[in-house]
Design a protein around this ligand. Structure first.
Ligand code: SAM
Length: 253
């Protein structure tokens, strides 16, 4: 999977590319991340990427020409292939595990990082094929959101994580063979490790029992309980068994 990131701060990505998951995914050849400095697609001496907003008001806006030029250059590398272009924007569709899962099947995608007041609207209207937001809050630039999109997506690419199962057990993940209507799962169950007793707080007995069937049932029930308490919206869309429903009913009593 290849990401082409268009940014005025390529250096911003240095630490995340040199650590953890993204570094490993690049080293193992699962992903390629190419950083493109938007200023290299300008045609004036000062490498101007922004200008004042028409109609007045504070701040600056990314000009359309450098962004179109940058994407055109990337498209020309493989003109026969469709190239998804994502504009990071607080006005985009919300990044969820289901969206990350969808993106993890794409061979190559472009991420455009805005700054200042945002990007000339013609980029959203005529260049981007998708707009993605990482949440209902506003950051100063699209670099952190781009990093979030890449990490959320790459960890779902088969082979990137050492233990394949660990993404299936994560919060929001839909277990294989249990598709729900629009891809939402439950919150993950609680996890514990040694010591079995810490400051008088004991790990739940069942986890020490070695009884795998009981452990599976305990995990499923804790997962349902947490989801019911914290994110009941997820329950409405999750694939639930009869036993799950009975357990949820018992919680309500
Ligand atoms: N004026 C814009 C608005 O209110 O919708 C916000 C612009 S923001 C200060 C500058 C850039 O940061 C945006 O163009 C976008 O690329 C990025 N950005 C900020 N918050 C974001 C979010 N929640 N998700 C994705 N990108 C975001």
């Amino acid at each position: 999977m290849t990401f082409d990131v268009i940014t005025i701060f390529p250096e911003f990505f240095r630490s995340i590319l040199e650590h953890g998951l993204l570094k490993r995914a690049m080293a193992s050849g699962h992903t390629t991340i190419r950083l493109h400095d938007l200023r290299e697609f300008t045609d004036d001496r000062h490498h101007t990427v922004d200008d004042r907003p028409f109609g007045g008001g504070p701040g600056m806006v990314f000009k359309p020409e450098p962004v179109f030029r940058a994407v055109d250059a990337l498209r020309s590398e493989a003109p026969e292939k469709a190239l998804p272009v994502i504009l990071l924007s607080p006005q985009g569709r919300l990044l969820t595990q289901a969206v990350a899962e969808e993106l993890s099947h794409v061979e190559r995608l472009v991420l455009i990082c805005g700054r200042y007041e945002g990007v000339d609207e013609r980029v959203a209207e005529h260049l981007a094929t998708d707009e993605i937001s990482i949440g209902d809050f506003v950051l100063s630039g699209g670099e952190l959101p781009a990093a979030v999109v890449m990490e959320a997506t790459i960890r779902l690419v088969p082979g990137v994580l050492g233990n394949e199962e660990s993404t299936e057990q994560d919060s929001f993940a839909v277990a294989a063979g249990q598709p729900s209507a629009n891809g939402h799962g439950l919150l993950d169950c609680p996890h514990y490790t040694r010591p079995a007793e810490f400051r008088d707080w004991k790990v739940p007995e069942v986890l020490l029992s070695g009884n795998h069937q009981q452990i599976r049932q305990w995990r499923r029930r804790r997962s349902l309980e947490k989801t019911w308490k914290r994110r009941p919206d997820l329950l409405a869309e999750a694939a639930l068994s009869e036993e799950d429903r009975r357990w949820l009913e018992s919680l309500k009593m």
